[in-house]
Design a binder for this molecule. Structure first.
Ligand SMILES: Cc1ncc(COP(=O)(O)O)c(C=O)c1O
Length: 358
């Protein structure tokens, strides 16, 4: 077996809501620890899924996800053969590492970053170099990234907006990074939360694919589209890189129900806009609240906020006792809270004030 696996700590997925409710004896629990969509799922998805379930389950799914591929290509203005569709970005992160890494390679990740990048890179025998984000602003430091590149660097993982900081990097910043980076370093631009960004009109790095063959843009239906349970994500890359990934991925990775659900979700842009607008309004209120009570935090352009609090563990316990689960354990003294619905945000802010003795 791969020796490195004996040294890795597994990713611990969220416990089920029922489990946590039972453990803490709660009648209501709101999970704000996994950046899920609190506004549910588009009604169009319910209808589409109901119809497909009635067709039975005896045939394999369309291995190429052809109908979904066609609609994604049209929506995102990308040729179909640039797309690789998977069971959430989790599968595609693992696939990218499997395809592009071998023992002895180096991989650059930001610090802090989504843990799956380093985890899957290490499984393939790569060593991880962490490039800290600016401590005060959470922004990446392009000069430090370029300095960290060596002959062995194969992958650079950037998440925009970043998880857990929520900080968005402008297109000018990403363009500057791409221009300075050697063309043999593959850049993974994880845009899992990009739909929530309201700072720029067209914030995606997708148009840069026409200029850079070493760029892979990653997107998911789990967040703004509210389909986390269905597990659908995709990447867009040069045809050459996409073909390498297509060669290695499992033949029937995305099941029929998920393909249909994603198509229906993509077709209901009104739902997406409603979610993004509500999130933006709530985000503004959260950021104003945190500034008012003087809790350090980053300027989020996502559906979560990362905040520093000396007694983070105690505050997380206090919120849990009141039915709100937030994400802890990412860095000492930091909590990440998914932006919930208005009533819940107001309630949590009330509990935070109570905790602060205000
Ligand atoms: C930055 C980032 N990328 C990828 C993922 C995985 O997303 P998916 O649900 O598509 O597997 C997550 C999940 O939280 C995430 O935060």
């Amino acid at each position: 077996m791969k020796e490195v696996i004996k040294t890795l700590k597994p990713y611990v997925p969220e416990a089920s809501l029922e489990e946590v409710k039972k453990k803490y004896n709660l009648s209501r629990l709101v999970r704000l620890s996994a950046n899920e969509n609190p506004y549910g799922t588009s009604q169009a998805v319910y209808k589409a899924v109901e119809a497909v379930i009635r067709q039975g389950g005896n045939y394999y799914p369309d291995g190429n996800a052809s109908a979904l591929r066609k609609e994604l290509a049209a929506f995102y203005k990308q040729p179909e053969d640039r797309l690789v569709i998977g069971t959430g970005l989790d599968e595609l992160i693992a696939l990218i590492c499997r395809v592009f890494l071998q023992s002895g390679d180096e991989v650059l990740v930001m610090d802090p970053a989504f843990s799956e990048y380093a985890f899957n890179s290490e499984i393939e025998g790569a060593s991880i170099k962490k490039v800290p984000v600016n401590k005060d602003t959470g922004h990446i430091d392009v000069n430090e990234i370029i300095k960290a590149v060596t002959d062995k660097t194969k992958l650079l993982w950037i998440c925009n907006p970043n998880n857990p900081t929520g900080v968005y990097e402008s297109k000018a910043c990403i363009t500057n990074l791409m221009a300075q980076l050697p063309s043999d370093v593959i850049v993974l631009m994880d845009e899992a939360y990009l739909e929530f960004t309201c700072q720029e009109e067209a914030p995606s790095a997708l148009p840069l694919l026409d200029r850079y063959d070493n760029l892979i843009v990653m997107k998911t239906f789990s967040k703004a589209y509210g389909l986390a349970a269905y597990r659908v994500g995709f990447v867009a890359a040069s045809v050459k890189l996409a073909n390498y990934m297509q060669t290695v991925r499992l033949p029937y990775n995305v099941n029929t129900i998920s393909q249909v659900a994603a198509q229906a979700a993509l077709g209901d842009q009104a739902f997406l806009h409603k979610v993004v607008k509500a999130n933006d309004e709530e985000r503004r209120k959260w950021l104003a609240f945190l500034s008012k009570v003087a809790i350090d935090h980053y300027d989020s352009q996502s559906n979560f906020i990362y905040m520093r609090f000396e007694e983070a563990e105690e505050l997380a316990d206090y919120l849990l006792q009141h039915g709100y689960q937030v994400r802890r354990g990412l860095q000492p003294h930091w909590l990440r809270i998914t932006i919930g619905k208005a009533d819940d945000n107001q309630a949590i802010q009330g509990y935070i004030k109570e905790f602060l003795g205000e």
